[in-house]
Design a protein around this ligand. Structure first.
Ligand SMILES: Nc1ncnc2c1ncn2[C@@H]1O[C@H](COP(=O)(O)OP(=O)(O)O)[C@@H](O)[C@H]1O
Ligand SMILES: [Mg+2]
Length: 458
């Protein structure tokens, strides 16, 4: 079976290539044996995040390298001469077979190769339990790893669908390459990639709490919970921008909550439309209702399209739906492109002006007026609350800080004490000011009249 990844730019016709790499971190190293016509040949090899390096016999210099990324890895136990344990690396039109001394060495090499290449025979390694969710291009299942009994989420993408879609192959390659590179507490982790005749499988962290779209069907977010959620989301987008990555599909279905009883901790998933770059990006993609208008208008765009989607998520958390309504696809498309967002609904009456202002800034139709995630985090609303939160965090003792669930509740209570202005909406503050001025004015007149009466009794 020809791997769909064999067509990538990395897949060369030659197995061994001249060494031309900067230093990458080492995953594992040791002796491997190749059976050649002249008999078994042992050499020293190093596996890094990208390639297998073959060292020169008499020195520590790298002689040749093979790009392992996108090569298929198949392990076997089959005795040739006195060697039994081995693995095969299969490239576009070439392959190589390596033997190791024992089972332990084989497990070590295959495990580390699985972080870089493409594995086969998923059913030998995982037991599929139930469906967790369905996306536009995939089905995601809960599965248990046979060796460790640990739970994982496996995203299954049909190759037929992938090849039928415009840029389908480059999307899956981007998704794998980008997620493998990222390391952030709010971004889903990709452990391994498998491929068989019909499917590509992404083995991901299993996140228990269901996606935000499902959570919003049962409850809306309070102002405080929405604030914390969006603050984390903006920090995640800022991390992506600092790695020159745009997600391009931030929406509730792609935000998975850590647990059923926590509304704030989440992981950003589905990097199927993600792209490397920051400016002058082309390509119409995203999800209607959350996509930035410049994408719909087929203009070139930059990383702040993700900020727009975060702004719509902020709106959706409070209102329970996106601001772009319509009876059909055409109407929603029109409203999304026009970007007319109103806050007339009843739920907005009790939300502070600062929050509404922030959503308006994040969802500016003109991308030149829309700030980056970093700038939004520096905006008054996030800045003030972040500073108070940091000072509260400092005062948290370690034990308390580790109680993840209790922590959010506790910070919210502390914030209610310290940042009362964010707990009242602007109208309530005006009313309080008005009442205090009226009280002072009336008291003054009362005393004045009494004083004058004393001098000029009628
Ligand atoms: N790691 C995961 N843990 C739990 N559920 C998940 C996980 N990844 C995805 N899901 C569920 O599967 C759905 C589809 O996954 P997604 O990656 O968005 O696929 P697609 O690219 O097809 O949209 C998500 O909306 C979510 O409900
Ligand atoms: Mg999705």
């Amino acid at each position: 079976m020809q791997s769909i990844f064999a067509q990538t730019a990395y897949s060369s016709d030659e197995f061994w290539l001249p060494y031309n790499q900067v230093c990458l971190s080492v995953l594992c190293e040791g002796s491997l044996i190749e059976i050649t016509e002249e008999g078994p040949k042992q050499s020293y090899y190093i596996l890094n995040e990208n390639s297998l390096l073959k060292l020169n016999k008499n020195s520590v210099l790298v002689e040749e390298m093979a790009v392992v990324k996108w090569k298929k890895i198949s392990r076997f136990v089959e005795c040739i001469e006195s060697y039994c344990f081995g693995f095969k690396l299969v490239g576009k039109s070439t392959h190589r077979t390596f033997y190791v001394e024992n089972q332990y060495e084989l497990d070590k090499w295959v495990l580390n190769l699985s972080f870089v290449g493409i594995m086969e025979n998923i059913s030998a390694d995982y037991f599929f339990v139930e469906e967790l969710g369905k996306g536009s291009f995939s089905r995601v299942f809960l599965a248990v790893e046979n060796t460790s009994q640990k739970k994982f989420a496996i995203k299954c993408i049909q190759k037929k669908d992938l090849l039928r879609r415009k840029n389908g192959l480059s999307h899956i390659i981007n998704e794998i390459e980008i997620v493998r590179k990222l390391d952030h507490p709010n971004i889903i982790k990709l452990h391994k990639v498998y491929e068989d005749i019909d499917y590509v499988y992404l083995v991901l962290d299993y996140i228990e709490g269901k996606d935000l779209h499902k959570r919003l069907q049962t409850k809306n977010y309070s102002e405080e919970a929405a604030f914390f959620f969006v603050q984390k989301l903006l920090k995640t987008v800022d991390y992506l921008s600092s790695h020159n990555i745009i997600h391009r599909d931030i929406k509730p279905e792609n935000l998975i909550l850590e647990s059923m009883d926590n509304d704030i901790e989440f992981k950003l998933a589905d990097f199927g439309l993600a792209i490397e770059g920051s400016k002058n990006i082309e390509g119409k993609c995203g999800s209607l209702g959350f996509v930035a208008p410049e994408i719909l208008k087929e203009q070139k765009y930059s990383s702040n399209v993700d900020v727009f989607s975060c702004g719509i998520v902020y709106y959706t958390l409070i209102a329970g739906h996106t601001p772009f309504k319509g009876k059909n696809h055409k109407e929603i498309y029109f409203n999304n492109a026009k970007c007319n967002i109103n806050f007339k609904e009843k739920c907005w009456a009790k939300i502070s002006i600062a929050v509404i202002d922030t959503i308006q800034v994040m969802t500016k139709a003109d991308p030149h007026l829309r700030p980056s995630a970093k700038k939004v985090l520096r905006n008054n609303l996030f800045k003030t609350v972040t500073n108070s939160q940091e000072s509260i965090d400092d005062s948290l003792n370690n034990e308390r800080a580790q109680e993840n669930l209790g922590e959010n509740k506790w910070i919210l209570e502390k914030m209610a004490e310290r940042n009362y202005q964010y707990m009242y909406n602007q109208d309530q503050i005006y009313l309080m000011h008005y009442l205090s001025v009226m009280f002072i004015w009336n008291t003054y007149w009362l005393y004045r009249n009494q004083y004058l009466n004393n001098f000029y009794p009628i």
